[in-house]
Design a protein around this ligand. Structure first.
Ligand SMILES: C[S@@+](CC[C@H](N)C(=O)[O-])C[C@H]1O[C@@H](n2cnc3c(N)ncnc32)[C@H](O)[C@@H]1O
Length: 652
């Protein structure tokens, strides 16, 4: 079995594919057999010993990983999506406590919460991690598994602390038939990172001492570059200081936390904390501190692409510390971004020149002014032109919401099996991990991402946050990524299906496919440019080609597997109405022509080669009926025609 990965191919033999399907089926059967059964108690000591041994092995890189499979040329993870379920959307204080002994097999314990402590080291595997956990009193032991989204700020969540509360725990089975509590949605696991017990804080003086201790610990962690720890300590201190109305200290901690959040890419939080930290007094020190807060908030607004807000914040900063050079530089950049955003007049040459592997994320504004999103009938929503555009004109240009480059550590490709349609696909799961992380860090971005198309719509009312933080449905992110991600190509030389670069562009995601498109995509780093391939009139729908293969069967199969639709464009209609033999003959000739192009470089072409190329081109063209293909592209002849055009420009 071959699976297409946007140009590259990963092969999975029929036997391997069958093994994945069988594993999924057997697990589903076992789960339904044991549904609602009582949990079988575990013995603490051997369970913990087993996890400790497995963790050691994993750290040494020698632990057997049941998720890894052998595919063409090496191993890669196989992820069975199982039946997706939604994340918990209520706050901890609305859930009823339960204990490990209350767990029922194959059950999502709705309305319940389970407080646990980690009782073993974490076994960190490629896709999921697991460990042993116990009730708070240590009497019952159970296995806990965290799925694909197990990391936060590149660290194992299960290792960040020892104490957790699981919201609406899901008790199920591993593929190997072992009982386990399973976390898929990161928001279903609340880490209790607080170090100071509430009963230690007896009065305002004790509260001030405790909050100051947290602040100092946060500062020390920041010095050590341990940002998650600094964030946790500042958060704890801020909570104590706010609850006890110690306003000066609360402002100091909020200002420091804004700095850490900026470094962690938690931009929404920077804006909130920086605002909360403002002193608004006239003395020099207060002005200086407020200037810092405005600078942090302005930087966050800039990174979020909120240029009018960023401008306002940097102007405030300049009032407090007139002439500050860094603030001034930002104001200049904001003016440039606003111009780009309004008019689409970007300096693409400069963008290209400044692009490097290390600086692949380009500092430019998104421009969408020539387009609008509207209903596109059978294709769902689509992108439409709001004015006439000439051939080659820029229709839109957009900075990626998220890109994972092949050379990034996060790049990870897996074979995913989806029991909902029984298909095995090559999935850039590194991208869905990165999207989930970005959404958890920036909850304001959750609605625009969740509004994107997916085949599996949920009808329940979407809730994107609780008192415990943002809620991200990871199954939905996976479904959305599967239908909306594109590859920005091999701009930095990396190649291969295993580490292909992929990204998500939120506005361009509304562009539908046609095999006879009126637009083409180009990339400069993480920026997608969409240009008209012919004149476009206002009101016309914009189309680009998701798949450009000239092989009718391969193209239609890829459109169905990767994108879930059967194309009904004029070219597909023409090809569908032809006989199989005609299409097969054309494919054979295209194969010959492509081999010729690969063999003979146009720059060295002799007269004889040109004659041969002309014959090949003619042969392909003759397979196209004149009437049927009137005004339609002859895709199979594309590469040989391009070769001929280039060869003829040379003087022979
Ligand atoms: C990237 S999204 C495009 C925007 C999408 N139509 C929407 O409503 O958000 C890709 C999905 O759009 C639909 N689509 C795109 N081109 C199509 C076409 N030519 N015919 C039918 N459906 C199409 C398919 O459902 C596909 O998975």
């Amino acid at each position: 079995m071959a699976s297409q990965d946007r140009g590259n191919t990963i092969y999975l033999t029929e036997q391997e594919a069958e093994r994945i399907r069988k594993r999924a089926k057997e697990r589903a059967e076992k789960c339904s057999e044991v549904k609602n059964n009582e949990r079988e108690p575990r013995e603490a000591t051997p369970s913990i010993q087993q996890a400790t041994g497995a963790s050691l092995m994993a750290d040494m890189g020698g632990a057997p990983d049941p998720d890894m499979i052998q595919a063409q040329g090496g191993t890669l993870p196989a992820v069975i999506l199982d039946q997706p379920y939604p994340p918990c959307t209520v706050s901890l204080d609305e859930l009823e406590p339960m204990s490990i002994t209350d767990l029922k097999m194959e059950t999502r314990h709705r309305g319940k919460k389970l407080a646990i402590k980690r009782a073993s080291p974490v076994v960190g595997l490629a896709v999921r991690s697991w460990c042993m956990v116990q009730d708070e009193d240590g009497k019952e032991t159970e296995r806990l598994e965290f799925g694909l989204h197990k990391l936060r700020h590149a660290e194992e969540v299960l290792e960040l602390t020892k104490f957790f509360v699981i919201k609406e725990p899901y008790f199920t089975m591993t593929d190997q038939g072992e009982a386990t509590i399973r976390i898929d949605h990161p928001s279903d696991l609340v880490s209790l990172t607080e170090e100071i017990a509430e009963n230690e804080i007896k009065d305002a003086t004790a509260a001030e001492k405790a909050a100051t201790r947290c602040k100092n610990k946060g500062n020390a962690a920041l010095k050590e570059q341990d940002l998650p720890e600094a964030f946790a300590r500042y958060s704890e201190g801020l909570k104590i200081a706010t609850e006890h109305s110690i306003s000066g200290l609360a402002r100091d901690i909020a200002r420091n936390r804004a700095h850490v959040s900026l470094l962690l890419g938690q931009l929404d939080g920077v804006l909130e904390d920086a605002k909360a930290s403002l002193i608004r007094e006239e003395d020099a020190r207060s002005k200086d501190l407020d200037s810092k807060a405005y600078f942090r908030a302005g930087s966050a607004a800039y990174s979020l692409g909120q240029y009018p807000l960023a401008k306002k914040l940097f102007e405030e900063q300049q009032k407090l510390t007139p002439g500050d050079k860094d603030g001034k530089t930002y104001l200049k950049r904001i003016t440039a971004r606003q111009r780009e955003q309004e008019s689409g007049t970007h300096d693409f040459t400069k963008m290209r020149v400044n692009l490097t592997k290390a600086r692949s994320r380009v500092d430019v504004a998104t421009f969408t002014g020539n387009t609008e999103i509207k209903d596109s009938n059978s294709m769902g929503r689509g992108l439409f032109a709001t004015r006439n555009m000439a051939a080659d004109e820029l229709i839109m240009c957009e900075k990626a919401f998220c890109v994972v480059w092949g050379h990034d550590r996060e790049a990870m490709t897996a074979m995913t099996y989806d029991p909902r349609d029984d298909r095995i696909r090559v999935s850039p799961i590194g991208l869905s991990k990165a999207i989930v992380q970005k959404l958890l860090s920036n909850p304001s971005q959750i609605p625009p991402v969740m509004q994107l198309h997916s085949d599996h719509q949920r009808d329940e009312q979407a809730i994107y946050s609780t008192h415990d933080g943002p809620v991200v449905d990871v199954f939905r992110v996976h479904d959305i990524m599967s239908r909306n991600a594109f590859g920005p190509g091999t701009q930095f030389g990396e190649a291969g299906a295993r580490n292909a670069s992929t990204g998500l562009w939120l506005h361009a995601a509304y562009i539908n496919h046609s095999c006879v498109p009126n637009a083409r995509k180009e990339y400069i780093g993480d920026v997608m440019l969409v240009r008209a391939t012919r004149a476009i009139t206002a009101g016309e729908q914009i189309f680009h080609a998701y798949d450009q293969s000239s092989d009718y069967d391969a193209r239609r199969a890829a459109l169905m597997t990767t994108w879930g639709f059967a194309c009904a464009c004029a070219l597909c209609e023409a090809e569908t109405s032809e006989s199989k033999d005609t299409r097969a003959k054309r494919e054979e000739l295209r194969g010959e022509a492509d081999a010729f192009v690969a063999r003979e470089h146009w720059a060295n072409a002799k007269r004889l080669s040109i004659v041969k190329a002309q014959r090949l081109a003619r042969g392909i063209e003759e397979t196209y009926s004149k009437e049927r293909y009137e005004g339609l592209p002859k895709l199979a002849a594309r590469s040989i025609q391009e070769w001929l055009a280039k060869a003829k420009t040379r003087k022979l």
